[in-house]
Design a protein around this ligand. Structure first.
Ligand code: PRP
Length: 182
């Protein structure tokens, strides 16, 4: 369903990935994840804040029983560049020992968050630890990380919407936009 959000879309925002393209890709990812985790009852761990919309939509394309939990980390604060200092603002609640785990990220940029999360979660001895990200910026990697499922590889542009913020706002936009520099 088209829904007009133009009143909260500044002129400098250009559509990178439309709402329809996002949903189409989520269905494909959901089918792949359903096949890979069939009968395993995975725990999906959303990384707050950015992943909350992606996680909410993605799980409705996954046709296997699953659980949901969240971790909140922060590396960016209100800035646009990773500070490199990752803080745990909300730890894991679920017991993932012996479980299949799928970590859900909205964007992988430098890879530092994924590297940090992998090390932290492996210490709890999950039987399987996989990562899905909606967006991936291949050229921004500072560390070598392997991501099991990628929605879209994108160029190094500042992106907002669909959970991603611009100064903590615009997470409610249904499409993903990039900001055109003057
Ligand atoms: C974003 C995103 C990832 C991280 C990716 O979070 O959700 O967790 O940055 O960047 P990296 O690969 O360079 O580590 P952010 O700190 O912006 O917080 P937010 O999700 O609450 O907006």
């Amino acid at each position: 369903m088209e829904y007009d959000q133009s009143v909260i879309v500044p002129e400098s925002y250009k559509v990178l990935i439309s709402e329809e393209e996002i949903q189409k890709r989520l269905q494909e990812l959901g089918e792949q994840i359903t096949r890979d985790f069939k009968g395993k009852t995975p725990i999906l761990i959303g990384i707050l804040n950015g992943s909350f919309i992606f996680l909410a939509d993605l799980i409705r394309y996954i046709n296997t029983d699953l659980e949901v939990d969240f971790i909140r980390i922060s590396s960016y604060g209100n800035g646009r560049e990773s500070s490199g200092h990752i803080k745990i603002l909300k730890p894991l609640s679920a017991d993932i020992n012996g479980r299949s785990v799928l970590v859900v990220e909205d964007i992988v940029d430098s890879g530092l968050s994924v590297q940090f999360l992998r090390k932290m979660l492996e210490a709890f001895n999950p039987v399987e630890l996989k990562f899905v990200t909606l967006l991936n910026k291949p050229e921004k990697k500072k560390v070598d990380v392997s991501i099991d499922y990628v929605g879209f590889d994108i160029e190094d542009k500042f992106v907002v919407g669909y959970g991603l913020d611009d100064g903590q706002m615009k997470r409610n936009l249904r499409s993903i936009y990039y900001i055109e520099q003057e």
